[in-house]
Design a protein around this ligand. Sequence first.
Ligand code: NAP
Length: 268
Amino acid sequence: MPVIGQGTWNMEREPELAMDALRYGVDLGLTHIDTAEIYGDGAVETLVGRALHNVRERVLLVSKVDPARASRDELIKACEQSLRRLRTEYLDVYLLHWLSAFPVAETVAGFDALCAAGKIRNWGVSNLDEVKLAEFLKVAGPERICCNQVMHHLGQRSIEHSLVPFCHGHQVALVGYSPFGAGAFPPESPGGNEVLSEAAHALGASTRQVALAFLILKSGGFTIPKASRRRHVEDNAAAASLELPAEAVARLDQAFPIGPSHPGVPIW
Ligand code: NAP
């Protein structure tokens, strides 16, 4: 599975551009598509469905349930609505968007029923720390939770303290979101981050490519940048083959330190 995917948050703001970018990304190998029912109140799932229905079988399609709907029966209903908007009969992965107030067993029962009905192939979670993830693992059993999607960018690396090793130890894939800090990325030089710019220059790469390669290396998992422009999609796709020399990694580690460990998962 390609380590770099495509996020879709806010794509409803420029739907035509975004649909073109998504299709272009799939052609370039960015076949992991991440969306959610809450994005644009369903409008993003609708545009993803329109963009990708001709290439559905080439795509790993991920959507997320609103935690307010994470009871067994409501979760099934939410998934069926997502499937209609996405114009598909199944999701490759269905995630709980963040921790819900429903008992874990309720939510797991919903995911199980959807798997049994062939409506989803795998399920996972998002924004869960290791304590909450352990609760889900206890209820669901080992190797049932395919991934945990959490924030991971140059300015927010706190998952690397304990969540990353915990996920690896329990065969839960780590998917990092907002790899460019949702818009808060160091500007290109002059005025940007010198270490990042130097690494990019030395490798003949862009600073964002260096960031993606660094994040993948640090999480041992996946990253899902959002791009509504072809030139951005192209830039991101090429990062998958970028190899960072150990010296560059060490300098980036210093320039963008992992920072202190906090309880819970970062949300910014
Ligand atoms: P992001 O990917 O960190 O940043 C997106 C911004 O970066 C957009 O403005 C985009 O521009 C720009 N960009 C992308 N590639 C670029 C490039 N190569 N060069 C220059 N600019 C570039 O932001 P995000 O949307 O917060 O995170 C990515 C995805 O993670 C989301 O879309 C969503 O699918 C997922 N996510 C999940 C959660 C969760 O709770 N599970 C939370 C947040 C995000 P254009 O769009 O103009 O091309």
